[in-house]
Design a protein around this ligand. Structure first.
Ligand code: SAM
Length: 202
């Protein structure tokens, strides 16, 4: 598999275990309301009622449209946040910087979401290849981000890049995982810039 990040690129200022950083719940949002509304709108353009959704790197809200989904599986690092997320039918915790193998069946989702979190991944190619595996034919990955982050926990490759270069980096993550990039969205709905890349399982 293509390695996208060199060892220096995947360094974090705080190299301690990520699970410690997320031990206490944060019932906050990580972008402003116009950003989050735009995210819901983007998801609505990608999923249909009855679809199966995997919300990777999640927390207490998933920002999904008000559809009846067949199944919504969540993932994150904090139990209290995931327990409080009403969108989820089930969830699991896993440190993706220790283990990138997803405990999910092949071809079992129509959309994978990764909101406001991709900057924390040290082994993105392996994880995106798992996103590709769990997606059904033609399924979509939606990766969204803004210019905010926990800087001590973001990889160096992210910290040193401009916003447009970050979008290009996410497109490389998709390609390394075997997904195609079908759409890049860059908008300014409110104070926080809205960036998203949509990929598709081939
Ligand atoms: C800024 S929050 C975003 C949460 C949610 N997606 C949202 O939009 O509100 C970053 C999230 O990334 C996830 N995360 C960070 N480091 C991680 C790691 N090493 N392994 C798995 N997930 C991680 C955690 O679930 C954390 O809640």
């Amino acid at each position: 598999m293509t390695s996208i990040l060199s060892n220096p690129d995947r360094r974090k200022v705080d190299a301690s275990d990520d699970t410690k950083f997320y031990r206490s719940p944060r019932f906050v949002t990580h972008a402003d309301d116009p950003f989050l509304a735009r995210l819901t709108q983007l998801y609505a353009s990608v999923v249909d009622p009855g679809d199966r959704v995997f919300d990777a790197m999640g927390s207490w809200r998933s920002f999904l449209p008000e559809h009846e989904f067949d199944r919504v599986v969540g993932h994150g690092l904090n139990e209290a946040e995931l327990e409080a997320n009403d969108s989820l039918d089930e969830w699991f915790r896993q440190d993706f910087n220790s283990d990138q193998s997803l405990p999910l069946e092949t071809d079992s989702f129509d959309m994978v979401c990764c909101a406001l979190s991709v900057q924390y991944l040290q082994y993105p190619a392996r994880l995106f290849s798992e996103f590709d595996r769990v997606l059904d034919d033609g399924g979509a990955v939606v990766v969204s981000f803004t210019n905010r982050m926990f800087p001590t926990k973001a990889v160096r490759a992210w910290r040193k890049r401009t916003m447009d270069d970050r979008a290009a980096l996410v497109e490389r993550y998709l390609a390394a995982g075997g997904l195609s990039s079908t759409r890049r969205v860059t908008e300014q709905p409110g104070s926080d810039p809205f960036y998203a890349v949509v990929g598709r399982a081939r």
